[in-house]
Design a protein around this ligand. Structure first.
Ligand code: SMG
Ligand code: MG
Length: 368
């Protein structure tokens, strides 16, 4: 295909309830969408970066700038290009994986819509529904946390993930474990601990957790190896896994025995499939992470989560977990699962009127 123009859309979308992690509290999403206009049709991509560089070094305004200044000009000047060629085309730019993933996904959407192939079909999905978990933020009180968790259990979620940080870990985990009986439970620290906390983190072994996710900083593989050797609860990396080679290295060194796959973090869905394949070959279970995506990103995540190595429920919750109204037709929980879209490309239709209504500034159109 040939990319004729790239539209940058910037939106503000309120969350149905605040979401608090070890690094901050969020009440809305600052969303960057890209739409590629090509000679074979259009495609959408959603940038998963957060408004601030607190989860990872990338952030929305930075992604927008790197797309505008580097990635879009490369694509608009490339002539004939397929989604599979995007990462090589962008390879001169170091890092900025979430920005690269946004454009690659839009290209893939346009390409697969034209080919009448779904994301799931293209990725190699083997299921038509995926099991869903839900990520639960840090609460003002344990009572409020239990109330929120109870609501998700009642909706049918198959697994609960609790955000933890120093001072909000053993007590809330104990209370939730008591509330939910043997429903699968896991925790995510978003890098809030240090190697000195290993004796404390070992106390989590009492709660029969599926895993503990990313206790230490992204670059600190060594401390994760030490924790994995000291604790019975499996250690799972999120922020640290930025590509398939790193996943293989972390697995072989004993830093992670389960992997959270997020396409944005690894530079796109094509690399995400490679991470999946590498883990499957090593019998390491994977699950699909989430970045509070709207229906646009959620559709692609659900297609990814339908691959055979995704044996644990993902952070692939229903649209109403975060949004009163979604940018696409809503994803609705069915017996704790979501249906994998089957239509061409992402399989969802972007609601142009909502994109316009929630815009925080006029659409910017980039041309070669
Ligand atoms: O999409 O349900 C979702 C969010 C899941 O907890 C979630 N994501 O570290 O895994 C993670 C976080 C990153 C975003 S926190 C603002
Ligand atoms: Mg995480």
């Amino acid at each position: 295909m040939k990319v004729e123009a790239i539209e940058l859309h910037r939106l503000a979308i309120p969350l149905v309830r605040p979401f608090e992690t070890s690094f901050g509290r969020q009440t809305g999403r600052d969303v960057l969408l890209v739409k590629v206009l090509t000679d074979i049709g259009e495609g959408w991509g959603e940038c998963v970066a957060m408004a601030d560089p607190f989860y990872s070094s990338e952030y929305v305004a930075g992604c927008e700038d790197v797309i505008r200044s580097y990635l879009a000009p490369a694509l608009l000047g490339a002539g004939e290009v397929g989604a599979e060629a995007a990462s090589a085309l962008f390879s001169g730019v170091i890092g900025h994986r979430m920005a690269k993933a946004t454009l690659e996904t839009a290209l893939l959407d346009a390409q697969l819509r034209a080919a009448e192939t779904s994301f799931g079909g293209y990725f190699g999905a083997t299921r038509d529904h995926v099991e869903c978990g839900v990520s639960v933020g840090i609460s003002p009180t344990i009572e409020q946390l239990l109330d929120e968790v109870q609501g998700y259990v009642a909706q049918g979620y198959r697994r609960i993930k609790l955000k933890i940080k120093p001072g909000w870990d053993l007590a809330p985990v104990a209370a939730v474990r008591e509330l939910i009986g043997d429903l699968p439970l896991q925790v995510d620290a978003n890098t809030a601990y240090t190697i000195d906390d290993i004796p404390h983190l070992r106390e989590l072994d009492a709660f029969d957790l599926l895993l503990i996710e990313q206790p230490f900083v992204e670059e600190d593989i060594r401390s994760h190896i030490a924790l994995a050797a000291a604790i019975e609860t499996p250690v799972c990396l999120d922020e640290s896994i930025v590509d398939a080679a790193l996943a293989i290295d972390a697995i072989e060194r004993g830093a992670t025995s389960i992997v959270n796959i997020k396409a944005g973090r690894v530079g796109g869905y094509l690399e995400a499939v490679r991470v999946h394949d590498a883990c499957l070959a090593r019998e390491v279970p994977v699950w699909c992470g989430g970045m509070l995506e709207t229906g646009i990103g959620r559709a692609a995540n659900i297609a990814l989560a339908a691959l055979p190595g995704f044996t644990l429920p993902g952070d692939t919750s229903a649209s109403d977990r975060y949004f009163a109204e979604d940018l696409t037709e809503p994803f609705v929980l069915e017996n704790g699962t979501l249906a994998v879209p089957t239509g061409p490309g992402s399989g969802v239709t972007v609601r142009d009127e909502l994109v316009a209504a929630w815009a925080t500034r006029p659409v910017e159109t980039l041309r070669g």
